[in-house]
Write a protein of this length. Structure first.
Ligand code: THU
Length: 138
């Protein structure tokens, strides 16, 4: 999908806005995600930590849940924003969660921080040779 400068700016603004909703009393590391669905709509999510540390979850599943609850079927872009300065990349588990609702060669993943967009990949680049829903059509 063609991501215009205007659309990228909107995704960045929404992803950074999502960071404000992060619940991060333990790490202090705010993550926001803005997902673009196949209908061109944007859904946001943030990480939610927990006093029982392993029960916390990342920003990506928050955003995927928002997308699904709004009727979105497929993510075509995911803009993930962290605090910087090191470029954020989705953790391994989140790459697999994104895989469930994406075409790996189609989904564009953008990494950002409050200073702007830093890097861009496809999901296929971040999660090569992935295991996906089609494997279960045996
Ligand atoms: N985190 C995310 O939300 N997404 C990622 O892809 C990487 C890590 C969160 C989890 C935890 O709340 C914090 O960042 C520090 O690991």
């Amino acid at each position: 999908m063609e991501l215009s400068q205007d659309l990228l700016a909107r995704l960045l603004a929404e992803s950074l806005r999502a960071r404000d909703f992060a619940h991060v009393p333990y790490s202090g590391y705010r993550v926001g995600v803005a997902l673009l669905d196949e209908q061109g709509r944007i859904h946001i999510g943030a990480n939610m930590e927990n006093a029982s540390y392993p029960q916390g979850w990342c920003a990506e599943p928050s955003a995927l849940t928002a997308m699904r609850m709004a009727g979105g079927q497929r993510a075509v872009a995911a803009l993930v924003s962290g605090p910087g300065p090191e470029i954020i990349t989705p953790c391994g588990g989140c790459r697999q969660k994104l895989r469930e609702f994406a075409v790996p060669e189609e989904l564009v993943i953008l990494a950002a921080d409050p200073g702007g967009i830093r890097q861009r990949w496809t999901l296929a680049e971040l999660l090569p040779h992935s295991f996906g829903p089609s494997h279960l059509n045996f």
